[in-house]
Write a protein that binds this ligand. Structure first.
Ligand SMILES: Nc1ncnc2c1ncn2[C@@H]1O[C@H](COP(=O)(O)OP(=O)(O)O)[C@@H](O)[C@H]1O
Ligand SMILES: [Mg+2]
Length: 369
């Protein structure tokens, strides 16, 4: 027996996506519908990869289709995020990497900027979004303080054009707020402005979008991480005890049930100081082994330990981050971190692909995952 597309769509109209109070067809959640004989396969597309209602809705869809098409129908339902389905403003952004820290001043922006550059040097298409509303620093780090992003009409709507520098598409909240006014940008105002940087900008195709998050774990973080399909987080820490406590808080936020963003690894910054005239002599000013400790506790990899290097600070201030200069040890260190980040992103994406069910046995119970 064969089934028509219309019949299947009609059947799926009975399946509710209850958070929005209407059915999956009207919400345009049904994608990739194919029918071959008695085999019906489709995908349900959710705003986020880890939508906690996905199982319930999928089970309901299976039950409904079985009831309407009959027991002989072999139905497979895939679940994917809008991003995976290639939809929405970030639909062509393959991976979003959030760089986070428990507190400010640990080198989060330094790591974000240099990681973006190191990723771009591997040939990847890279974007950088500076979402640190408390201390946007990318305009300075990229030497773009006096620049402003342009605009472009797309489908009758005005969109923001990221600025391109060093082969990276960049937008910063700093382009839109006056200096020293960041603290006024609390709550919904900040979240709305950040939302525009994601949704109303022309990001196009990217292999990686690096996200410089504000430090800490406030409401703005939650809104941001919940509303953007973040692939994974890189946690930056210094070795001090205080920073360790803060970093655990930041990590807990990503592990939160409603967020569930995997931690790709820890970068320990300002690990030690090695004088230029005696580079083998390492002074562990802030203590030793803190980054590894955090990585162990979070069950993730220590991606690298970066020493205190005058040139890292200087190049950050002068608009040409150190990762651009291949002759430096720091550029090599950022490259090594980037390679590990890519490997962990690929591992994570493979794990997600493996957990996807594709085929459902017609006789199996609908509760099958
Ligand atoms: N490894 C390092 N060696 C020397 N200076 C560094 C290093 N990492 C960061 N800095 C400097 O420390 C300051 C804070 O770094 P930044 O990246 O802005 O931190 P955050 O974004 O966490 O607030 C900046 O002036 C930066 O240039
Ligand atoms: Mg910063």
């Amino acid at each position: 027996m064969s089934y028509t597309k219309e019949k299947i769509i009609e059947s799926l109209r009975k399946v509710l996506y209850f958070p929005k109070g209407t059915n999956v067809v009207d919400l345009d959640m049904v994608d990739r519908l194919t029918i071959e004989g008695n085999k019906v396969s489709l995908a349900l597309v959710y705003p986020q990869a880890n939508d906690k209602n996905a199982h319930i809705v999928k089970d309901a869809a299976l039950r409904t289709l079985k009831a309407d098409l009959g027991e002989n129908a072999e139905i497979s339902i895939d679940t994917m995020s809008e991003q995976e389905a290639g939809r929405g403003p970030l639909g062509k952004v393959k991976n979003i990497i959030a760089v986070a820290s428990g507190k400010g001043g640990v080198g989060k922006s330094t790591v974000a900027a240099n990681l973006a550059i190191a990723l771009a040097k591997t040939g990847a298409k890279v974007g950088l979004l500076d979402a640190d509303i408390y201390g946007p620093s990318m305009p300075i780090m990229f030497g773009l303080k006096t620049e402003r992003p342009g605009a472009k009409e797309v489908d009758g709507k005005t969109k923001i054009l990221p600025i391109e520098k060093y082969g990276i598409k960049m937008l910063s909240i700093g382009f839109f707020i006056e200096e020293n006014k960041a603290l006024m940008w609390r709550g919904s105002m900040a979240s709305n402005a950040l939302g525009q940087l994601f949704n109303d900008a022309v990001w196009g195709e990217l292999d990686f979008m690096v996200l410089d998050l504000p430090p800490g774990t406030g409401d703005i973080h939650l809104t941001l991480v919940q509303s953007v399909p973040v692939t994974g987080a890189v946690i930056v820490t210094t070795p001090q005890n205080v920073a360790l406590a803060d970093v655990r808080k930041a990590a807990d936020m990503f592990k939160n049930e409603s967020i569930k963003v995997p931690i790709l690894g820890v970068v320990e910054n300002m690990s030690y100081f090695a004088p230029e005239d005696c580079p083998d002599k390492k002074y562990y000013i802030f203590g030793q082994g803190g980054g590894q400790l955090v990585a162990n506790e979070l069950g993730c990899e220590l991606l690298g330990s970066l020493p205190i290097v005058e040139a890292i600070a200087q190049t950050g201030d002068s608009g040409a981050p150190i990762a651009l200069d291949d002759s430096t040890a720091s550029a090599a260190a950022f490259k090594a971190i980037a390679v590990k980040v890519v490997a962990n992103v690929e591992k994570r994406n493979a794990e997600i692909a493996a957990t996807r069910i594709v085929q459902i046995d017609p006789n199996a119970s609908c509760a099958t995952n």
